[in-house]
Write a protein that binds this ligand. Sequence first.
Ligand code: SIN
Length: 309
Amino acid sequence: MHQDALEAIKKIAAEPREPYRYLKVDRITPVIGAEISGVDLSQEIGSKQFEEICRAFLENHVLVFRGQDITKYQQKAFGRRFGTLRSLPLSDIDGDDPEIVLIRAGKKSTFVAGEVWHTDGTSDPAPSMGSMLYMHETPEIGCGGDTLFANMHLAYETLSPTMKEFLKGLTAIHDGAVPWKGFTPPEGLPKTEHPIVAKHPDTGRSMLFVNSGFTTHIPSLSEDESDAILNMLFNFIEREQALNCRIRWEPGTLVFWDNRCTQHRAVWDYYPYSRFGERVTVLGSKPEGALTLSASQKEDSAYSSPLPA
Ligand code: SIN
């Protein structure tokens, strides 16, 4: 890694954080992920604790709540504290609840959802704000089925200054048909143009907003140029472990991730065993391109939660 990249990691890892009073936050790595304890998601969460959950979410991007015993109604109620839940036509999903996506794999599976690095649904004009996966069953053999998450603020910050400058102002196309490669896609899948370097809507921080699960090309470049740039970025995200945390699941674990500034990848290393979870998705907003923020603006916007208390 070049020196600028190491400096970026050091800076993000060392950002000052206020202590928490209403929950316990144990960071998983210095740059992404935190285990949250002292929260019971089966109960109505008070406003002070909720405020701290929001702050922990913006600081860590991926929150892990273990030992939860919740119904899908309680999971959805927690999701609704952050926004409107995405509802899909019943014809497009496995299951009978339009707000729940079943994440299921077993001995008959030939693939699993989310096996490549991706961000959920970026082909939507307004991609989701976050997703919450609640795990019911983990592989019977007692291991496998982890999920990897990567920090897209850090992915952007670790690029060289010249590459950052080049990417700012460019856009890329995200195509809902990409995950359907090899299958017959449903009609009317969205295709949307988003900035490559977007601004986090709550913190104002820049982040890389392309992913191999949906992004097809950069329309202002030739095909060869576009492939070279996107493959370089996808390879970087795939290869660079300093961006990542790895979450091990147990039945009763709920993970809530910020879909705007992370990518994730489900590790399918447990065939022929099974794994089953339910996911709800909170709707988000159209990503805006990152402006060149002054140092003082960056400081102002760092980690103060504007999410509703
Ligand atoms: C997904 O939302 O992509 C699935 C993640 C997982 O199964 O771990």
